[in-house]
Write a protein that binds this ligand. Sequence first.
Ligand code: G6P
Length: 364
Amino acid sequence: DASDIEKGTYPFYMLKEIDEQPTVMRKLTQEYRDEYGNVNIDNQLVNEVAASDRIYIIACGTSYNAGWAAKSLIESVTQIPVEVQLSSEFGYNMPLLSKKPFFIFLTQSGETADSRQVLVQTNQLGFPSLTITNVAGSTLSREAKYTLLLHAGPEIAVASTKAYTAQIAMLAILTQAVGKLKNSEASLSFDAFHELSIIATGMEAMVDEKDYLSDLVKQYLSTTRNAFYIGRGNDYFVASEAALKLKEISYVQAEGFAAGELKHGTIALIEEGTPVLGIITEEKTGPHTRGNLKEVESRGANTIVIATEDLARPGDQVILPKVHPLLTSLVAVIPTQLIAYYASMQRGYDVDKPRNLAKSVTVE
Ligand code: G6P
């Protein structure tokens, strides 16, 4: 069928989609950068976001993790506070809203029922909304006031990869436009397109590490029943997404933890040989995360460090290229996607069609 052609020589769509991420970063630049290097997004949309006193990002699953990954950049460049909320919680227990909220729905498919029920409510309340989606004409795209398309190409694998990075990149581009309009200090030195081009190159280096990462998985993760990812700040948000990916397709019981929180309970689960993967891209928190890795190591854990080149130490297993400090998730997530991929493949599972999961969930 047509989908076979699309997969080309790849054994699974997921691997193809992981590989496409540098291209998706460049495609977003093509779509949203005008000839003067400015952001080409509907002015009315940019004005409405800039006029809001709080941005609510509403999403499920991997899209929810993408919202967290973008939060600190949006706040720093636009000076607008951002709340990230799960659709399936927010809709039924709506918190006290700010006076001028702006709602952003992150949804790869544009069809997720949990997210749609929130949009129906915010529409009734008369609040402005934007759907960021990969599917033109999708339900949430039609029902929100504004739409921005991810242009990532169809995502077939149930486990989302390129939509996650595309969502963060799209938010970075929107952030630049809003920051510029607000004339914020941080916006003067932030050029999303420049950063995305550095990131695309960095992503290419990471996807070239397939054989190495496959061996790493063989060594540490091929038979384990559980695993932990830890990190702080943005690295914690990547840890959450990394753990979700591992759970979804390899059925390893994985948790993403704020590194400092492990010792307040979960460290009790560490046994001889439990893999603990630490993500370190932040200078100020890196040493603390390393301390946490030492703690679990002394209790028998096998630790694996994924660190940015300038923070890496001898013996670290995965070295990430240096990119904008608030966009490190875009490169840090790549090895974790590949780790999940190989953990699933080496177990002989159908990587693209994990049990019990659907690509888009149209029931609440
Ligand atoms: C399903 C998929 C996930 C996805 C989530 C949200 O559960 O299996 O991969 O992250 O829905 O989907 P959306 O299309 O709204 O981003």
